[in-house]
Design a protein around this ligand. Structure first.
Ligand code: ADP
Ligand code: MG
Length: 526
């Protein structure tokens, strides 16, 4: 389902377009129409499936920009999530005039928040504790609130926010819409649903059985800014006849195509913004092999029927398990060899594991090819061509030129050959920090993560949110990539993605949490 098939305000459609969303995710397609009728809803879908827009879009649709009163409230479990959700909603509201969106969370100066609130804010995204704080101070007035969303409700309950949430719900006007989103539906959630929602529609994204083609599937642990380099290395190494690279947004497709072209690859974009003639032209050059890399979104690639695709890359892990199957089904056709490569950033590994479970398939972790691996294989390929040329050509004239030069200068023919090989190989960008990260060995963390020891604990009145906030804030790493946080009296263990571990340790050395200097080091294996 497309966004423009729904009765959305033009500015919202424009924002969605600019964000590069092409089609609604399943939870969006099911939830948005229901919420727009004014009904309460319980939405259940995995992470990364676009739940923020699923409630954010209908929320923006009903806000009255002429009134400066608080009209919608979103509760999130952590500061990081509150910021993230606020960012996504601000993007969605970019072309709507007069709508103010404000995240409020613990750890930030409350007076600053109060000043911002006084300016008139229609949408507040907050952590339950801080929202309660403002309610007590009467700096958040709930009497005009028409919609409340409990985002990641299960997480909020896990973090002990149940009482706060109930207090907030009790304080809201009777006449309101209550949305609840959660990955799981444990009993306490059902109790909240029963007590605070009216006739809620249950929207659960159920999955279909799918069969996965029998092709080799690999995944690589990368970080966002090394994806391009890893893709290039794999392209160089495997040298697939034709490759399909999938991204989740049109914007990412365009950016990747430019980056690949800049590096000298023959790549073209295929996405929904292309007119039919452009699309036909792109497909024609791909079929004929003039461009050997097609970068596409899921929707645009639907119905592509090309037999010689030897590699599919999931540059972004697909939003939906079904997409994974569709994507990799584009290779290994008609009995040809096919390979699928997936790039996984930090906790996206859960999405991939989910895909493996759901599709009953194995995707194997592979180390990122080092520059040496790539060079050896490239050299091999060039030498194959050299042998062919020697075999099939009369090289008399060339030999004479080389001979002259070798005599004239103080060089050997071996050196000349080596120089030619080097010129053919081109140079790879060695900027991969990726190889790092591996040095930590086993710290007792789960796959893809490193467990870090921090010398602060409950006794110092530090909470998991402070640690999460500090790491996310200092490193700029999205908070959702941070794994489990185990807090003891005097110390804490926190898991971070392997690729970020070195940076976290480095940066946190000079950071303070609640004014206290800290020490961070890799944990010993449990
Ligand atoms: P969830 O809350 O379900 O974990 P998010 O709302 O955080 O998921 O969305 C995950 C990512 O997917 C975000 O980067 C978001 O911008 C993107 N996204 C959301 N909807 C779409 C869509 N329809 N098409 C492409 N990307 C989308
Ligand atoms: Mg979310």
């Amino acid at each position: 389902m497309r966004f423009d098939e729904m009765e959305l305000q033009a500015p919202i459609l424009r924002a969605v377009q600019e964000m590069g969303f092409e089609e609604m995710t399943p939870i969006q397609a099911e939830a948005i129409p229901v919420v727009m009728t004014g009904r309460d809803i319980i939405g259940q879908a995995q992470t990364g499936t676009g739940k923020t827009a699923a409630f954010g879009i209908p929320m923006l649709q009903m806000i009255n920009p002429k009134s400066r009163a608080l009209q919608a409230l979103i509760l999130c479990p952590t500061r990081e999530l509150a910021i993230q959700v606020a960012e996504e909603i601000r993007k969605l509201a970019k072309f709507l005039h007069g709508i103010k969106v404000l995240p409020i969370y613990g750890g930030q100066d409350i007076n600053k928040q109060i000043r911002s609130l006084k300016g008139g804010v229609q949408i507040v995204i907050g952590t339950p504790g801080r929202v309660m704080d403002h309610m007590r101070r009467h700096t958040l007035k709930m009497d005009q609130v028409k919609m409340i969303t409990l985002d990641e409700a299960d997480e909020m309950l896990n973090m002990g926010f149940r009482e706060d949430i109930e207090t907030i719900l009790q304080d809201l006007p009777e006449e309101r819409q209550t949305l609840l989103f959660s990955a799981t539906m444990p009993k306490p959630i059902m109790e909240i649903v029963a007590n605070y929602q009216k006739d809620a529609a249950l929207v659960k994204v159920v999955k279909k059985e799918l069969t996965v083609p029998k092709i080799e599937q690999y995944y690589y642990e990368v970080r966002p800014n090394t994806k391009l380099e890893v893709l290039c290395r794999l392209l160089d190494m495997y040298d697939p006849k034709l490759s399909l690279v999938f991204c989740n947004t049109k914007k990412q497709v365009d950016e990747l195509v430019s980056a690949l072209q800049l590096r000298g690859y023959f790549a073209e974009a295929l996405h929904g913004d292309l007119k039919q003639v452009q699309r036909d032209r792109v497909m024609e050059t791909f079929r004929s092999g003039k461009t050997d890399i097609l970068v596409a979104t899921d929707v645009a690639a639907r119905g592509i029927d090309v037999d010689d695709v030897e590699a599919v890359f999931n540059y972004d892990i697909p939003q939906d398990d079904e997409y994974y199957v569709h994507r990799i089904g584009r290779t290994g056709r008609a009995g040809r060899t096919g390979r699928a490569f997936s790039f996984v950033v930090g906790r996206e590994i859960y999405k991939l594991k989910d895909i493996m479970r759901f599709c009953k398939t194995k995707v194997h972790l592979q180390p990122i090819p080092s520059l040496n691996d790539v060079s050896a294989i490239k050299a091999e390929k060039i030498m194959d061509r050299v042998f062919e040329v020697i075999e099939n050509n009369d090289l008399e004239d060339m030999l004479r030129i080389i001979e002259d030069k070798v005599n004239e200068y103080d060089i050997s023919s071996l050196e000349v050959a080596a120089a030619f090989l080097k010129m053919q190989m081109g140079d790879s960008d060695a900027s991969l920090e990726q190889e790092k990260g591996m040095e930590f060995g086993d710290t007792g963390a789960e796959a893809g993560m490193v467990r870090l020891f921090i010398n602060l604990g409950k006794k110092q009145k530090v909470r998991p949110g402070d640690i999460l906030g500090a790491i996310a804030g200092e490193t700029g790493m999205p908070g959702k990539l941070i794994g489990s946080i185990d807090m003891y009296d005097k110390y804490t263990f926190v898991e971070v993605p392997r690729e970020y571990a070195a940076e976290v340790i480095q940066v946190m050395k000079n950071a303070k949490i609640k004014g206290k200097s800290i020490n961070v080091e890799p944990a010993n294996k449990k």
